[in-house]
Design a protein around this ligand. Structure first.
Ligand code: HEC
Length: 134
């Protein structure tokens, strides 16, 4: 009985350890690409350029670059109100897309490393988890 408990503890620990591991950036970007096609492309378009005055661009977006946390929050919880992206003002509504923290991290890594964008750091699931709604 004691032995079984011991085995149980080891496997739970092993599982938690496995769950805690972040996936490699390349894999995250690949997964993010699929999420982008399903959830974001309809507004921000395949080329990431969005639609002038309606849906802001993600490609070369200064907002995304300079307001990374706000952008992640926006994808996780939704974004509304006036923002300026590359000198153009937008005052629209992006509803939350219902992605879990891992999916938010993946899609962020995709948009941050596509269309000429280049992120300095990988967005991790735990970073997304820690972002609270404001
Ligand atoms: C229904 C249309 C729609 C969908 C779908 C959508 N967005 Fe948005 N997104 C918007 C609008 C509108 C804004 C600007 C909101 C505002 O004016 O405050 C925005 C803003 C943003 C911004 C910040 C501004 C910028 O251009 O840098 C990011 C980043 C972003 N969206 C990423 C995503 C990602 C990633 C997805 C998919 C998971 C997604 N969006 C899905 C409409 C959408």
């Amino acid at each position: 009985m004691k032995y079984t408990f011991y085995i149980y503890c080891i496997s739970v620990f092993g599982f938690l350890n496995y769950m805690n591991q972040e996936k490699p950036l390349k894999q995250s970007i690949e997964d993010g690409s699929e999420i982008y096609q399903d959830f974001c492309l309809q507004c921000h378009l395949d080329n990431g350029k969005g639609v002038a005055n309606v849906f802001p661009p993600l490609a070369q977006s200064d907002y995304l670059k300079n307001n990374l946390k706000a952008s992640i929050r926006g994808v996780k919880y939704g974004l509304r109100g006036e923002i300026t992206v590359n000198g153009k003002s937008y005052n629209g509504v992006m509803t939350k897309q219902g992605l879990d923290d891992e999916e938010v991290a993946d899609v962020m890594n995709y948009i941050l490393n596509n269309w000429g964008n280049k992120a300095e750091e990988q967005i991790t699931e735990s970073q997304v988890m820690q972002l609270e709604k404001i």
